[in-house]
Design a binder for this molecule. Structure first.
Ligand SMILES: C[S@@+](CC[C@H](N)C(=O)[O-])C[C@H]1O[C@@H](n2cnc3c(N)ncnc32)[C@H](O)[C@@H]1O
Length: 279
């Protein structure tokens, strides 16, 4: 990311969620705040969604990973978990939509200081008030100690927590990924949902080409896909951090579970995975 500038990719993911409301009626992830937080009109959002024929795949993956995370967090809350930590939150609106209000959960949104400040401004401009359950924690995963910052914000180290980490791992170095996994695994009964990318060879030719173009665009805004993993390698990393129950959902499964909901979904195979791991 460019120093002192918010993440451009966070904006693009938010546009995907908004396009999903307009084109697919929010059938994977219903989000009444998706358009509001963007402060763009439907025409701009549709233009973004139609810029490339393969953008529909991005829309599928970004909404499906949030849906998988939110379904898993609902089950965790049913079991008694009361702390939700959204790592690299971007313009995520879960805290605004929180359907678990009555259960007194606390939601920690952890993000790069520049992205978080930008989100605050956006919410204020859209006249959306921060809900009392939400605590904002500015962090640079590459420099800061996640645990220290969370504890300073009131996070209960000795109580279980559910973490989401969506669209973030590919942008982090192996060192920052390891330190963050270390911290999550230090919390008893912790769970995490995150996504990761495989090396380009796992994707079909058109998607590989699309990824190449995206990589060049990302370079311009100083956001880089620096970490990719083979599924077996990711499972080994998670086991080495003590995560025992690991569900790795590949693109084929994502498509068969959610693909029908995406209007005009382009064909192709993408090397993306969503993982739900429990400690
Ligand atoms: C692609 S966006 C995903 C946002 C959000 N999770 C979503 O699904 O809408 C990537 C997010 O990771 C955050 N991020 C990337 N590198 C980071 C770092 N070194 N420290 C803190 N946050 C970082 C960005 O600020 C941004 O919010």
């Amino acid at each position: 990311m460019k120093p002192n500038e918010p993440s451009r990719t966070a904006l693009n993911v938010a546009r995907q969620r908004a396009a999903h409301q307009v084109l697919d009626h929010g059938s994977i992830l219903y989000d009444p705040f998706a358009m509001k937080i963007l402060r763009e009109d439907e025409k701009d959002v549709l233009q973004f969604a139609n810029k490339h024929p393969l953008a529909s795949i991005g829309r599928l993956v970004t909404t499906a990973r949030s849906r998988i995370a939110e379904d898993a967090s609902s089950r965790a809350i049913e079991r008694g978990i009361r702390q939700i930590v959204i790592l690299g939150a971007g313009l995520d609106t879960f805290a605004l939509r929180n359907p678990h209000g009555a259960r007194q959960i606390r939601i920690y949104e952890v993000d790069h200081p520049a992205t978080q400040a930008w989100k605050r401004d956006r919410l204020a401009e859209a006249q959306i008030t921060l809900p009392p359950c939400l605590i904002l924690v500015p962090i640079d995963f590459e420099r800061d100690d996640v645990g220290e910052k969370l504890i300073a914000a009131g996070f209960q180290q000795n109580s279980p927590a559910f973490f989401t980490w969506l669209g973030v791992v590919p942008y982090l170095t192996q060192d920052a990924i390891d330190r963050t996994l270390d911290y999550m695994s230090s919390i008893q009964h912790s769970e995490v949902v995150f996504d990761y990318m495989e090396p380009p060879e796992a994707s079909s030719e058109e998607i590989r080409q699309f990824e190449k173009e995206r990589t060049e665009e990302l370079e311009k805004v100083d956001e880089h896909w620096v970490s990719r993993f083979e599924p077996a390698g990711m499972a080994a990393i998670l086991r080495s951090h003590g995560f025992s129950a690991i569900e790795d959902i590949n693109f084929q499964e994502i498509t068969s579970r959610f693909g029908r909901a995406v209007q005009g979904l382009a064909p192709g195979q993408a090397g993306v995975h969503v993982v739900h791991a429990k400690h």
